[in-house]
Design a protein around this ligand. Structure first.
Ligand code: NDP
Length: 291
């Protein structure tokens, strides 16, 4: 496929603008449209063609990329445009269910559809060494035909034909990150009022979290095998005992335990179910129960 494939980008917020700049810099003919027209003007100076309406922007090229606020804005922007024969790539953050609905919606209008979940912030776009990438799922044919173009802003990670899988991977990673941020907030609260250099502590925290992140693979091995006792380095009985120390320390330091207790409660339930020799992998199954 020609590396200089022309394309249309709908949405010039912080992320859309960052994406646009990489395609322009790489020499791709780019047509842009944004609800607030003024946001497109700087890109015109960099070589983008500005469409007056979303319908005009969609008509301009076969490859259409949307990077809008949410799924509702994607629906309202594309409503009334002619998508037949188009390749629609939706980089708007959404849920797996909505991505699947949007895929059906696009196919009913004659378009191939690829959903994308962006694992980067705008300054990482166009910076390969930043480690950013986009999860893609949906039409394999679309991806194969446009891989070179889609790889211009950041890395491409295809996770399957199910259009919901990109959003699912995106949200799963963001959910894990949320837990990590919660843990960091608690850690900083513990030391906040002490004579400890925050920047020195930050490096220790970063190193520890990086080391412990390796346990993700061990959890996957246990979940896949169903054997939650093999390879356990920290057993549940010990960890639940340790939780009491964490909670007592929070109390001593005058820190609310509210970010820790939901997870600790699940560990205690697991232990009460009779799994002292296991690790914490069984918490995953507890979460899947709807009782
Ligand atoms: P911004 O808030 O900067 O931009 C939102 C864009 O959506 C603007 O172009 C805005 O147009 C447009 N928009 C909002 N509502 C409507 C509507 N009803 N009709 C038409 N256009 C609308 O967001 P970002 O650019 O940062 O984010 C875009 C997508 O990228 C989101 O889904 C976000 O989750 C995702 N993303 C963003 C990241 C980030 O760090 N920024 C990281 C990873 C993903 P207007 O200019 O007229 O308001």
């Amino acid at each position: 496929m020609d590396e200089k494939t022309p394309l249309t980008l709908l949405g010039l917020g912080d992320m859309g603008t960052a994406l646009a700049r990489t395609w322009l810099a790489a020499g791709h003919p780019l047509t842009v449209w944004n609800r607030t027209a003024a946001r497109a003007e700087p890109l015109a100076a960099e070589g983008a063609r500005i469409a007056a309406t979303a319908a005009e922007a969609v008509a301009a090229n076969a490859l259409i990329v949307a990077c809008l606020l949410d799924d509702a804005s994607v629906g309202s922007v594309l409503d009334g445009t002619d998508l037949s024969g188009k390749d629609l790539v939706n980089l708007t953050t959404t849920t797996p269910g909505r991505a699947r609905d949007r895929a059906r919606w696009a196919q009913e209008r004659g378009a191939r559809f690829l959903d994308g979940g962006i694992m980067a912030v705008p300054p990482m776009i166009g910076v390969p060494e930043s480690g950013g990438h986009i999860f893609y799922s949906g039409s394999r044919g679309l991806l194969d035909d446009h891989r070179a173009t889609l790889a211009v802003p950041t890395g491409v990670t295809y996770v399957g034909e199910d259009a919901g899988f990109a959003a699912l991977h995106d949200v799963a990673l963001l959910s894990a990150m949320t837990g990590m941020f919660a843990g960091m907030s608690h850690a900083y609260a513990l030391i906040r009022n002490e004579d400890i250099a925050l920047k020195d502590f930050a490096l220790l925290l970063q190193g520890w979290l990086t080391t412990m992140a390796g346990s993700a693979v061990q959890t996957a091995v246990q979940l896949e095998s169903g054997d939650y006792k093999s390879g356990v380095v920290s057993n549940l009985a010990m960890m639940v005992e340790g939780n009491a120390t964490l909670l007592r320390t929070a109390e001593e330091q005058g820190v609310s335990p509210e970010l820790l207790t939901p997870y600790m409660d699940l560990m205690s339930r697991l232990l009460a179910d009779g799994s002292p020799d296991e690790g914490a992998a069984g918490v995953v199954d507890l979460l899947l129960r709807h009782d």
